[in-house]
Design a binder for this molecule. Structure first.
Ligand SMILES: [Fe+2]
Ligand SMILES: [Fe+2]
Length: 198
């Protein structure tokens, strides 16, 4: 069968569109975070947005390599469309990442295997692993922002100012950096690493 008529081709096209949109949605969340002067959180979300655009590029390249250029590709899929507060945005992102990591990409990988496209199945699996890690980060951020614990820890840990590098070990980060006067939102985050295969 011609590659462009396979389910895998359509799945790549849907995944490409989905990743482009996720990248855009996360940029909007980062902007919202900056409005609240949460610089390091915004930077973290921007990094994830960049990851998504790189995933989009990989899916695009797989379409191009196997199917060539085309005038038009029809998409037929549902895509998340939601907005809200920063916490809500982070929660929506967690839920979207969960769907990608546990349902969408594993299913796309299985279909690619059934259709005999092992390299594309491998790509979907690798991306799913990253989305699992993204899910863990959004889960942590959503809860920490909601509960006001982003800059607190039960035992003393090191806090580092992303602006001037000032460091201090404590159960809670400073409200204003004693060295450069940057706000708390500029303190480096302590992100979780769940989802990473060791
Ligand atoms: Fe992605
Ligand atoms: Fe992701």
């Amino acid at each position: 069968m011609e590659f462009i008529k396979t389910r895998t081709y359509q799945n790549l096209a849907n995944a490409f569109a989905g990743e482009c949109q996720a990248g855009m949605r996360y940029q909007m969340i980062a902007k919202l975070a900056m409005k609240e002067e949460m610089k390091t959180l915004a930077d973290t979300v921007k990094t994830i947005a960049k990851n998504e655009t790189l995933h989009a590029t990989q899916f695009f390249n797989a379409m191009l390599k196997n199917g060539g250029s085309r005038e038009n590709v029809k998409l037929d899929a549902g895509y998340p469309f939601h907005a809200g507060t920063l916490v809500e945005g982070l929660q929506f992102a967690e839920s979207d990442e969960t769907d990608e990591a546990t349902e969408i990409y594993p299913t796309f990988a299985k279909i690619a295997e059934e259709e005999g496209f092992m390299d594309i199945a491998g790509l979907f699996k690798l991306v799913a692993e990253v989305e699992k890690h993204h899910k863990a980060i959004f889960h942590y951020l959503a809860n920490a922002v909601k509960d006001g614990t982003l800059y607190k820890n039960e035992s003393p840990i090191i806090w580092v100012c992303s602006e001037c590098g000032h460091q201090h070990v404590s159960t809670e980060a400073w409200k204003v950096c004693p060295l450069c006067k940057a706000k708390q939102g500029y303190v480096e985050l302590h992100l979780p690493f769940e989802g990473v295969k060791l």
